[in-house]
Structure formats: structure tokens, C-alpha cells
Design a protein around this ligand. Structure first.
Ligand SMILES: *Cc1c(COP(=O)(O)O)cnc(C)c1O
Length: 638
């Protein structure tokens, strides 16, 4: 009901449009008829899980919010999609080679996730990419199958090199990619010592650049990669040692989240040419690894805006295949196995962070009371303004409301209006703002000056999560993730708000949200009802966020759980309890037992000196010890 007692027409359809869930969420997320977000972990089947109901069931199992829910079926589907898109491109273009992707584990090294990728990637002989020595150890243990595929990138020392070389003996294809010329000497040393012929790749520093935040991952000034002259040097050195057959792969990486397809096309042309040249120089070759960069459409706008992408997976696959094919055909070179290292695109969709709003910094306005005959003129006028607000007069009403408030304040200053009356005038002002705001939403065009009302009315919802732990990229680089309530979507959201996290850092606030054009500075939310929970979800955070998260204010890892579709519904597995406070503290070299002793000593002293009672001491010690064992986040009943 709105202020005039008319029922507001709102629907799931309107919520879908408002939160653009079709744009960023298809085919995995949508809103069901109960107004709850629904997850379709396997879009090839028409089965879905109600995210709100699921969350309730998980919290009943003792898994407190914030809770990271992972859907392995989504991961599987992303893998399938990527492989099928390349498969289709190869078929349709009659490309005389295959596709064999790898998952760069740095995107999310979670054991269950990596194992899931190996497991469901088997039909396509999908591989893994390591970007460091610890990651190499992870990939070697994960790739148990014979005929596995591992790409070794990143800085290497002798131990890294030797480990990678020996691992070829596991009947895996383990390619050591030279990122810097210095690594060639390392490869020779390891190879001589072990008597193993290395399987090498070179990372090219392309002149074609990516776009956006990571554009400098390629180009002349890139941190990694070999320039043309360095590559020629490598080939000469290999030739001198009769090892041209050892160079098998050409790699490049344009940077992450390449939002436009143009740089991809350009890079393919350049890389295709380098590949052909290396072959002509006598290198064995056989693989062209196009790196990562395949973007995710976080805002669903399908544009080349930084949080979006102006192409889809199929177009990407077509362009990669076509680029290589063209270069090879012209030079009559056998087309290579195409490798891609898409991390973000595979991992982003598989998890949802569900958290609760703990409070709102704005009172919810009840409709103002009808002034009586004795009330001051200004209150009567104000009330009339409020009553008359409708979409066609919002601008005029805004002017009237501002003027009435100003007048009321000066009447107060001169003693013509009491404090209770001024309070009523202020209440009327906010009620007007609220009604203007609601009417504005019905307008196609909102006059510029009315954006001030939005700012004024912007609430802050205090939320039970840490941005630094669960979405560090929001803070580090203004990355956009879709946020939305996961229930009450049959109701019209009436509050525009920013989301503040639990940290005491003023950067711990989400004030950039996805929009069809550019970004919005607040999110449409529902008024929180007394004693009722309000649950929100952050979506598409499955890539990078989990591993980049930090312990700001000592908020640790969140609880996490895997939910998998089964014939009978779904199963809950791999429950990973988030960090407890003592775990986080031990990580920082504190000794929780000793801490307990220390505070106990102080409490005993206070007791002896009569500054504390025994029941107080007991309460304190109970809380202290229980908190140490507990979750770092707040309990919903706080
Ligand atoms: C980070 C990285 C990737 C993954 O990039 P996405 O954009 O997440 O697909 C792939 N290859 C290399 C060398 C990387 O450094």
C-alpha cells in the first residue's frame, strides 16, 4: 500500500528487470514465483533450488551467515560450455586441430573446486595451469590421470624447473613456459642434470594490448613475456643444442576481463603470425595457448564497459579458432592444438555469498498524521504538499517541501514554532522525500535536480560480511558484482541504500552497483521489518575473491558449503566451517589460551579489589572463551 492507501502494483517481473538478473544471471539465476532467487545449477535440466529456502535449511544446520554456497554443477556447466563452444567453432570452420583448455588455479585454488574441474573436465582432457611453485605442487597432485595436461607459468627457480621436468614422466604433458629469457638457462641446467628433454613454451610479449584494468599484461612494457629479439635468441640457443624439438608451445596473455572482442582479434592475428614463424624456424611447436582474458558480464549490459563484455563465449571461440586457422592456412603450417587459460569465465558463477542485513541507519517513515485545526499553518501546508505528490508534479513538490522545511526552521529560530512542531515538520519533509522518490520511479525521465532526493534518502544497510574478505576487488579496483535481495521480490523495494560491511574501515562500503548504463551509487532494497531477517546475495564472486580476501579487522573465512543436484533433490557436502576467532589469532602468532589467562588475571584482580562481582566475572569469562571458539562474524540475533 502506498501513502494514499492504493495497492502498489509490483511483480516478480519488475524485480527481474530492476536487478537485471536476466542480463548477468542467465541461465543460472532467476526469480521464482515466490519472489525468491532461484538457482538452476544445471541449465540442461529444468530443475532449480530456491536459494532462500536453501539458506534457511543451511542455517538450521548450524551454518551461520555469511555463508558461501558453491554449486559444483555450475562449474561443470561452465566447463561444458567452454569446451562445446570451441568444439563447435572447430567443427564449423573445419579446423584441423583440437582444443584443450587449462584452468589457471590462481583464480580459485580451493581443493574441492580444483578436483571438481579435473573430474568434470575429463571428457575434454581439460588441464590445469600453475603460476607459481606452490600452485605447481597443487596441480601435480590434482592431475592424477595419465595423459594429464599442465602448463607451468610464473617465476621459476631450479626446484620448480626440475619438478616440472620430472613430472613429464607421469605421462603428463607438462609444459614449462619461459616467461623470461633467464629461465632458459635454468631449463638447460635442469635438463642436463636430470637427463630429461624439456617440453618448453615461450610467452610472447605481444604488441597488441588488452583493454581495461589489465591492459598492461601485454604490450612492450609488460612484466612477463619475451620480446621478439629474446624469442629469436631462445630459438638460436635451442638450435645450437639440437633442441628445437623441445619448443612446443607459444603462449600469450592479454590480461583479465577483456571486455571487448577487438583486442582478442588483434592479438590472434599477431600470435598466429609468431606461431607460424616459430614453426618455420624449425621449432616443433604443436600448441598455441591464448591465455586468459575471457570476460564475465557482471552487469549484464553486453557492452565493452569494464564490468561487462561485448561478445559471448561462442564468438570468442570463433574468433580464436579463425585467427589461428587463417595464419596457418596462409603459411601452410599444421594448425596447433588450441589452449586457453580461462579462469574467470569458468569460476565466477559457481558461488553465491549470502549475508544478512543487521540494521539500517534510517527510520522508516510512517505516514504523517492529519493536522488538526489548531495546528500551525506551516504544518497544514506541508501536509497538503505531501498529500498531493504524484509523478506529474514531483519537481514542484520537491521545491515546496524544501521551502516549507526552511520556513519551519526559521519560524522555530524566532520562537513561533515549538520543538515538537518542528519535529513534525521534519517528519513531513522526509515523508515528502520518500513519496517523491517513489513517484520518480514511475517517470521515464527524471529531472537532474531530483537526484538530490535520492542522495538524501539513501540509507545505509549494515551487513554481516567483510568486503575485504569476501569481495576484495570492490575495494582494490572498484569491481562491480551483482548484489540483490534473495527474497521479498514480489514486493516493491522502497529504499535506496548503500551496503556497509562489518569492518570499521570507511572503505568497507559497497556504493557502486551494476546498472544498464555506467554504475548506480545505491541499490534498491526493501525496508527491513522489525524482527524479520533480510537476506542479500552477492553473485559471480567465484573467481579471485575467495583467495584474495584478507583478514581486515580479523574477519576470517566465511562458512562454505557445496550444494549438488541429485536425483532426489540436492545434497549438501564439503561443509567447510569458516575461521573461528582463535584460528585467526593463531595465524597472527597469538596464543588464545594465554590470552584467556591474561584476562582472567585482570578479572581476578578486579574481583579482589571490589570492582567486579562474581557473576560479572563469570559472564565475562564465558563470553571471552566462547567468542574465541566462535565465528568471526556476527550472529543474526545481535
Ligand atoms: C591470471 C591469468 C589467467 C587467467 O585469466 P582470466 O582472465 O581469469 O581467465 C590466465 N593466464 C595467465 C598467465 C594468468 O596470469
Amino acid at each position: 500500500m502506498d501513502g494514499n492507501g492504493e495497492p502498489r502494483d509490483w511483480s516478480v517481473k519488475k524485480s527481474s528487470k530492476l536487478y537485471q538478473i536476466k542480463g548477468w544471471g542467465e541461465p543460472y539465476f532467476r526469480i521464482n514465483e515466490h519472489g525468491h532467487v532461484e538457482v538452476r545449477p544445471d541449465p540442461t535440466e529444468d530443475r532449480s533450488i530456491d536459494l532462500y529456502e536453501l539458506t534457511k535449511q543451511l542455517t538450521e544446520r548450524g551454518l551461520d551467515l555469511p555463508l558461501l554456497i558453491r554449486f559444483p554443477n555450475i562449474l561443470q556447466d561452465r566447463l561444458r560450455l567452454l569446451n562445446e563452444c570451441f568444439g563447435r567453432a572447430i567443427r564449423e570452420y573445419g579446423y584441423d586441430g583440437t582444443y584443450r583448455g587449462v584452468f589457471p588455479v590462481k583464480v580459485n585454488q580451493q581443493r574441492h573446486l580444483v578436483e571438481e574441474i579435473v573430474e568434470s573436465g575429463r571428457p575434454w582432457r581439460f588441464g590445469l595451469e600453475a603460476g607459481s611453485k606452490p600452485e605447481l605442487l597443487v596441480t601435480l597432485a590434482a592431475m592424477e590421470d595419465e595423459d594429464g595436461f599442465i602448463i607451468c607459468n610464473g617465476y621459476k627457480d631450479l626446484a620448480y624447473m626440475e619438478t616440472a621436468l620430472v613430472a613429464q614422466g607421469f605421462d603428463n604433458t607438462v609444459v614449462v613456459v619461459l616467461e623470461r629469457v633467464e629461465e632458459l638457462a635454468l631449463a638447460f641446467r635442469a635438463s642436463e642434470k636430470l637427463g630429461i628433454r624439456p617440453c618448453l613454451g615461450v610467452r610472447a610479449k605481444l604488441s597488441s594490448k588488452g583493454i581495461g584494468r589489465w591492459a598492461d599484461s601485454a604490450g612492450d612494457r609488460a612484466k612477463f613475456g619475451l620480446s621478439m629479439s629474446e624469442m629469436v635468441h631462445v630459438v638460436d640457443e635451442l638450435e645450437e643444442r639440437g633442441m628445437l624439438d623441445c619448443l612446443k608451445l607459444l603462449h600469450f596473455h592479454l590480461g583479465s576481463q577483456v571486455s571487448s572482442i577487438i583486442p582478442v582479434k588483434n592479438a590472434m592475428r599477431e600470435a598466429g603470425q609468431i606461431y607460424v614463424e616459430l614453426t618455420k624456424m624449425g621449432c616443433e611447436m604443436g600448441f598455441l595457448d591464448v591465455g586468459g582474458g575471457l570476460a564475465v558480464d557482471y552487469d549484464g549490459s553486453k557492452t565493452d564497459f569494464r564490468g561487462s563484455m561485448n561478445y559471448d563465449l561462442q564468438e570468442y571461440a570463433y574468433d580464436v579458432v579463425a585467427g589461428i586457422q587463417e595464419a596457418c592456412e596462409k603459411a601452410s603450417v599444421k594448425p596447433p592444438t588450441i589452449v586457453s587459460e580461462s579462469g574467470r569465465s569458468i569460476a565466477a558463477y559457481q558461488s553465491v555469498l549470502v549475508f544478512d542485513a543487521l540494521g539500517v541507519d534510517r527510520v522508516d517513515f510512517e505516514d504523517p498524521q492529519n493536522p488538526s485545526a489548531e495546528d500551525h499553518r506551516i504544518l497544514k501546508e506541508f501536509y497538503e504538499t505531501w498529500k498531493g505528490i504524484q509523478p506529474k508534479n514531483v519537481q514542484e513538490s520537491w521545491h515546496d517541501a524544501q521551502q516549507s522545511l526552511e520556513e519551519a526552521r526559521s519560524l522555530f529560530k524566532f520562537g513561533y514554532l515549538g520543538m515538537r512542531e518542528l519535529a513534525r515538520a521534519e517528519h513531513l519533509f522526509w515523508s515528502c522525500c520518500e513519496k517523491i522518490l517513489r513517484s520518480m520511479r514511475r517517470l521515464k525521465y527524471v529531472p537532474e535536480e531530483l537526484h538530490a532526493v535520492e542522495e538524501l534518502m539513501g540509507a545505509i544497510y549494515y551487513c554481516n560480511f567483510s568486503l575485504f574478505q569476501s569481495a576484495p576487488d570492490i575495494w582494490a579496483m572498484d569491481q562491480l558484482f551483482p548484489f540483490m535481495p534473495i527474497h521479498r521480490l514480489t514486493e516493491e523495494p522502497t529504499v535506496r541504500a548503500r551496503l556497509a560491511d562489518l569492518t570499521c574501515d570507511s572503505d568497507g562500503i559497497v556504493d557502486h552497483f551494476i546498472d544498464v548504463e555506467e554504475v548506480q551509487h545505491s541499490l534498491d532494497l526493501h525496508a527491513v521489518k522489525d524482527g524479520e531477517e533480510y537476506l542479500l546475495g552477492m553473485f559471480l564472486g567465484g573467481a579471485y575473491q575467495e583467495i584474495l580476501g584478507d583478514l581486515h579487522n580479523l574477519f576470517g573465512d566465511t562458512n562454505a558449503v557445496h550444494v549438488r543436484l541429485e536425483d532426489y533433490g540436492y545434497s549438501v557436502a564439503n561443509v567447510i566451517k569458516g575461521d573461528s576467532i582463535d584460528e585467526v589469532l593463531r595465524y597472527l602468532q597469538y596464543d588464545p589460551e594465554e590470552m584467556v589467562e591474561r584476562v582472567r588475571k585482570q578479572a581476578e584482580r578486579a574481583l579482589n579489589q571490589g570492582r567486579m562481582t562474581l557473576p560479572q566475572l563469570r559472564t565475562f569469562m564465558l563470553h571471552y572463551e566462547e567468542s574465541l571458539r566462535g565465528y568471526t562474524y556476527l550472529k543474526g540475533d545481535a
